[in-house]
Structure formats: structure tokens, C-alpha cells
Design a protein around this ligand. Structure first.
Ligand SMILES: NC(=O)c1ccc[n+]([C@@H]2O[C@H](COP(=O)([O-])OP(=O)(O)OC[C@H]3O[C@@H](n4cnc5c(N)ncnc54)[C@H](O)[C@@H]3O)[C@@H](O)[C@H]2O)c1
Length: 405
């Protein structure tokens, strides 16, 4: 890395939503970072990156190959291309001597992941994989509480990932991760964050996994009667015709406008007529039941860890928010008070700031020992629940580099 008194220099291949978000944060931190170069075949995205860099010497390229054909242009290269194009640029970049800020998934196969690890070792380069949840105050706090031992020895984790139906159609029905053959399967594309934090909290390597999933709802068999192939083709269920389809693409213009930023070619300019025109031909204007998607809309996973612990994860398109329950056996001292079962619930809101997370009775992080009802579980458990995708999103955008897929 460069001398700490010098700014760390950054270049990016793929100047899409993620790379721009990281670069904006870097640019906002004064002299600590300097953005020197970017590559993207979409000129508007490259220009947006040039603007973010605020660097008159910024060098732009129309492809990762073109950037990587140059001598090394920065200390760190952000790999912000889509899932199916991480390995190639990452491999070349390591060979060129870049450290990597590599978007998840690292690559598309275990062989490729191992090869990147081998190259990083060979060239003594660092790879920071973007499991951004680990760096949020919220997840860090949960991790700290578990590690402190206050909950006892966690033996099992029960986690759920409610993607949210609009998010699901945006990303996994109409969008970049709808075709697993062209991208990565849901369990990697969406749930690698969940499986990562589960392993992180468990502090052990997962040794065995079984999983079932299926695409059940977003198929043509479930399309409402008379639905058009596109929301903008006079579909009777779309808003202009007085319809109230929850997945009507016209909502990119109003209540779901924030999703547009991530996929609309021009990152800053918005004009209603242009957006409608774009929806008429873009994947995001298609009927949510008439796409070529094959990503599952529900999946369950069972995991066993090296230390003998277990975890389960359920993903569904139709819930909203992530929940986890950590269970540890009843602490030994509870046996001294046989008339009481202890059930400790720690409720953390994802919107809670790190400062508030001081354990006291009046704070959001409270510990209470209650007389359990017959139905209640014995032992200590912890449950946290972001109140909605919206608040989780707010927390992520204020606390972390960006949203979570
Ligand atoms: N860590 C997280 O929480 C998180 C969240 C969302 C997405 N992601 C991951 O980040 C990656 C990028 O996602 P995104 O939403 O920013 O995608 P995006 O589509 O907005 O950005 C990808 C960019 O790569 C560009 N590109 C395509 N071919 C290229 C080439 N040959 N050379 C250079 N650039 C090229 C595209 O034009 C596009 O601008 C994906 O792998 C995704 O899974 C991670």
C-alpha cells in the first residue's frame, strides 16, 4: 500500500451503482483517497465516476481490459462489474499488482475463488471482499454481544431473509440476477451476506449444507388475466389504465424511484418521458410474471459447522426484513432457581445508533429476565429485527458504504 501520509489511490472497473457508491464515500473523505481511473462501456457511468473523482487527471477507459492493459494506475482496484465478470478482471489486476476491493461474489466457482486466493498470496496483495454488513454498527454490535459470551454458547442460529417483493422483482425477476446461468444463484447473489454473517457469528467454518428452493410465484401461470408483456404496453393492471398491480413498472417514477438509480443508464438525469421510453424496451419494464427469470423465490438452507453447531436460513421474496434468533443452552446458574425459566430477549432496531447501544434498562438494548410461559423456550435467546426493509435501508445508507443487495 502507499505511504500513509499519501492518499490511497483508487481505480474502478465497472462504474455502476456499487463502485460509484464506494467512490462517493472515498471522495467525501478529503485527502485520504484519490480516484485516478475508471472503466465502463456506458459513457454516462464513466462520466459520473469522473465527476465523483473531482480529479482533472482522472483516466477513463471503455472496458476493464483497456484499463488493465495500462501500467498500474492505483493502489486499489474496485471490481464493481456484474457477478459473471469478477474473476477475469480480478485475476489480471492481482497480476498487475493491485490490491482489490472485490464485490461479492468473489467469483462464480470454488476453483476461481481458490485461484484468486492463490494469486493474492503469490503477489502479496490484499483482497477485501464486500461483505458490507460486517462493517455496520448494528451487525458489529450483535457480533460483539455474541463474542462477549453474555448469551452463553450459541449452538444454533435460525435466520430469515425476507427480500421484499418489489426488491425481488427488481433484482431477481426483471433484473441482473434473474437468470442464474448468466449471473449467480440466489443463495450467492442475495444470501451470501446471510451465510457470511451466520459463519461470522458462529465463529466456525461451515462443513455441511443442504438446501431446497424453487421458483413458485413469478411465472407466467400466475400472471393476472389480460396482463400485457410490458407494463407500458397498455396493460389493464398498470396505473395509466387505472390498475393497481403492485409490480407495475410505472412505480419507478414514484414510490419505487430510488430503485431506478441503480439501473437507469444515466445516473443523474431524470425526465419522466425518457424514463417511460426506457421502460418500453428495458428489462425493468417487463411484466413481473412474463420474464425469462429462473432465480428461486423461496429457498431454505441447513448448515452444520466444524464446531458441531447448526444454523438454518430461509429466504423468501414475500417477507420484508431479516431476522435471526440465536439460541444457547440455559446457563448453569439458572438451575439454582428452578421455579423460573430465563428467557432473555435483546431487541435491537437496525435504526438504533451505535451510541444508543449501551446495555442499560432504559436503552433500546435491554436485558430482562422474565417468568417464561409453558410454551416459551428455556435458555437464552436473542432476536433482532429491522422494523422494515425501509428502515434497514436507511440504516445501511447512513452507516455503511451502501445498500445490501
Ligand atoms: N456488497 C453488496 O451489498 C452488494 C450489493 C449490490 C450488488 N453487489 C454486487 O456488486 C456488483 C455490481 O453490482 P451493481 O449493482 O453495481 O451493478 P451495475 O450493473 O450497476 O454495475 C456494473 C457495471 O459494470 C459495467 N461493465 C460491464 N462490462 C464491463 C467491462 N467489460 N468493463 C468495465 N465495466 C463493465 C456496466 O456497464 C455497469 O456500469 C455485482 O456483482 C453485485 O452482485 C454487492
Amino acid at each position: 500500500m502507499s505511504n500513509l501520509s499519501q492518499p490511497l489511490t483508487i481505480a474502478a472497473v465497472g462504474c455502476g451503482s456499487r463502485a460509484r457508491t464506494y467512490s462517493q464515500i472515498a471522495a467525501s473523505l478529503g485527502d485520504r483517497y484519490r480516484i485516478t481511473a475508471g472503466a465502463d462501456p456506458v459513457p454516462q457511468r464513466l462520466e459520473a465516476m469522473r465527476e465523483i473523482s473531482d480529479n482533472p487527471e482522472f483516466q477513463g477507459f471503455d472496458s476493464a481490459d483497456a484499463l488493465l492493459a495500462q501500467d498500474r494506475l492505483a493502489d486499489v482496484l474496485i471490481i464493481g462489474t456484474q457477478d459473471n465478470y469478477h474473476f477475469e478482471p480480478a485475476k489480471k489486476a492481482l497480476e498487475k499488482g493491485y490490491h482489490l476491493l472485490l464485490e461479492k461474489p468473489a467469483a462464480q466457482s470454488l476453483e476461481e475463488v481458490n485461484e484468486l486466493a492463490r494469486l493474492a498470496k503469490k503477489y502479496d496483495r490484499k483482497i477485501l471482499l464486500c461483505f458490507v454488513l460486517r462493517y455496520t454498527p448494528f451487525y458489529s454490535k450483535v457480533h460483539e454481544i455474541i463474542r462477549s459470551g453474555r448469551l452463553g454458547d450459541i449452538i444454533t442460529i435460525h435466520a430469515a431473509e425476507g427480500v421484499d417483493a418489489w426488491h425481488h422483482t427488481h433484482s431477481y425477476v426483471r433484473g441482473n440476477w434473474s437468470r442464474t446461468d448468466l449471473s449467480t444463484p440466489m443463495i450467492i447473489a442475495k444470501c451470501s451476506h446471510d451465510t457470511d454473517y451466520i459463519s461470522w457469528f458462529m465463529n466456525s467454518r461451515c462443513t455441511s449444507v443442504s438446501s431446497y428452493g424453487r421458483l413458485s410465484h413469478f411465472t407466467s401461470a400466475h400472471a393476472p388475466e389480460g396482463a400485457a408483456d410490458r407494463c407500458t404496453s397498455g396493460c389493464p393492471h398498470a396505473a395509466p389504465q387505472g390498475g393497481n398491480c403492485p409490480y407495475d413498472a410505472h412505480h419507478y417514477l414514484d414510490k419505487h424511484a430510488r430503485w431506478l438509480r441503480m439501473v437507469y443508464p444515466h445516473p443523474t438525469e431524470r425526465n419522466k418521458d425518457d424514463i417511460i421510453k426506457w421502460l418500453e424496451s428495458s428489462p425493468w419494464g417487463r411484466c413481473a410474471w412474463k420474464c425469462d427469470n429462473n432465480a428461486v423465490d423461496h429457498q431454505v438452507v441447513s448448515m452444520e459447522f466444524e464446531n458441531g453447531n447448526t444454523a438454518s436460513l430461509t429466504m423468501t421474496a414475500f417477507d420484508c426484513a431479516a431476522t435471526s434468533r440465536f439460541t444457547a443452552p440455559k446457563p448453569a446458574f439458572a438451575a439454582a432457581t428452578p421455579t423460573m425459566d430465563f428467557q432473555t430477549k435483546i431487541s435491537l432496531s437496525a435504526t438504533t445508533t451505535a451510541e444508543k447501544l449501551k446495555p442499560s434498562r432504559s436503552n433500546p438494548l435491554t436485558m430482562t429476565a422474565t417468568k417464561a410461559t409453558a410454551a416459551a423456550t428455556t435458555g437464552w435467546s436473542m432476536r433482532w429485527m429491522p422494523s422494515s426493509a425501509e428502515t434497514a435501508q436507511k440504516a445501511h445508507s447512513s452507516n455503511t458504504p451502501s445498500k445490501v443487495t
